[in-house]
Design a protein around this ligand. Structure first.
Ligand SMILES: Cc1cc2nc3c(=O)[nH]c(=O)nc-3n(C[C@H](O)[C@H](O)[C@H](O)COP(=O)(O)OP(=O)(O)OC[C@H]3O[C@@H](n4cnc5c(N)ncnc54)[C@H](O)[C@@H]3O)c2cc1C
Length: 318
């Protein structure tokens, strides 16, 4: 058993805390923000390795996460459902690299002349805000703690435990510091669900990518993917464009009511997510990074949590 401080209470920090506790470690999560103020709470969130080129690590983490979330959906974990999905294609229709292990993945003919074909598949969708609260309950039930406090540095966490996991998302840019980390703004709207049960994507819409993701209690429509943009104040023009284009794709949305607009900064990282052990902190504590998951933190979460847990064990046993 090792004492571990996990810095970060978004999807990455909380899933990692659960896995570490299950492995028998003593875990303290420290998060600057409550769950509803994390980027994770803004996520749509549907399993999809958004904007990643073929990468064995991403494939491995994604497959593990898909398996875990599918299991949770079958066990009735609140807010986790399996969702039939339609990816409408305007160009290349080749089967994507991440399709391995995705249930019921198939290429089908285009539904109309705007498209060249469509991928159909079934993946988990997560009602993120309630899911983060459920994860906190699991952490506490397993004997871990979650406290709200902003640390000034990772070295501060090192004063609290011999192992520190850095799951601070975009804040890793300053805390590590890591200049490869950058913000990718995403704007979405949350609507009432007029009865939609299938998830839709049209990434090559001439006015920008769009998606429609029904969840257990609402529908998320989006969205933008804007590297380098950090202003998350509301933008009525973008919201109107998202709503208009999503309604053109899924006409049932005309019956939906807007519940809220939201924007979040995805923790992008040139070179992909960083999951590795760094040099020890000033007092000698081990430091394991797990950040930079871009637009796919929910998609990769449980796979990364497993791997961080393996890394903690590997050295603890050595
Ligand atoms: C609009 C939008 C849609 C998205 N859709 C999807 C999707 O469909 N599927 C998907 O997989 N992903 C999606 N994402 C991406 C996903 O939200 C992110 O990849 C994921 O949330 C990153 O999780 P994280 O835990 O690393 O970061 P965060 O959720 O940002 O958590 C970081 C944590 O670190 C804490 N922290 C930071 N600094 C400090 C400090 N100094 N001291 C203590 N704590 C600190 C914060 O308080 C927070 O708890 C979407 C993102 C957006 C914005």
């Amino acid at each position: 058993m090792t004492e571990v401080v996990v810095v970060g209470g978004g999807i990455i920090g909380l899933t990692t805390a659960v896995r570490l506790l299950e492995a028998g470690h003593q875990v303290r999560v420290i998060s600057a923000d409550p769950p509803e103020r994390t980027v994770s709470s803004v996520a749509a969130a549907v399993w999809y390795p958004t904007h990643f080129d073929a990468d064995d690590r991403v494939l491995r983490w994604g497959q593990r996460t898909l398996t875990e979330l599918a299991k949770q959906a079958s066990e009735g974990v609140p807010g986790v459902t399996m969702r039939d999905s339609r990816m409408l294609l305007r160009g290349e229709t080749a089967i994507p690299w991440w399709a391995v292990g995705v249930p019921e993945f198939r290429l089908e003919p285009a539904p109309d002349e705007r498209f060249t074909g469509e991928w159909r598949f079934t993946v988990p969708a997560v009602q993120t805000r309630s899911y983060l609260y459920w994860l906190i309950e699991v952490v506490e039930a397993l004997g871990g703690t979650v406290e709200q406090r902003r640390l000034g540095s990772l070295a501060e966490a090192g004063e609290l435990a011999p192992v520190v996991v850095n799951a601070t998302g975009l804040a890793a840019r300053e805390l590590v510091p890591d200049p490869a980390v950058h913000a990718i703004r995403g704007r979405i709207l949350v609507l009432t669900n007029p009865g939609i049960t299938v998830s839709y994507r049209d990434s090559d819409d001439p006015e920008g990518g769009i998606y429609v993701h029904p969840r257990s209690r609402d529908v998320v429509v989006g969205g933008t993917f804007e590297p380098g943009q950090e202003d998350i104040s509301p933008d009525a023009t973008v919201a109107e464009s998202i709503l208009r284009r999503c309604t053109a794709l899924v006409p049932e949305l005309a019956q939906a009511r807007v519940l809220r607009e939201a924007a979040g900064l995805r923790p992008g990282r040139y070179g992909g997510p960083r999951l590795e052990e760094d040099a020890p902190l000033p007092g000698g504590s081990r430091l394991i990074h797990c950040y930079g998951h871009g637009g796919a933190g929910i998609t990769l979460s449980w796979g990364c949590a497993d791997e961080v847990t393996d890394q903690v064990a590997a050295r603890a046993e050595a």
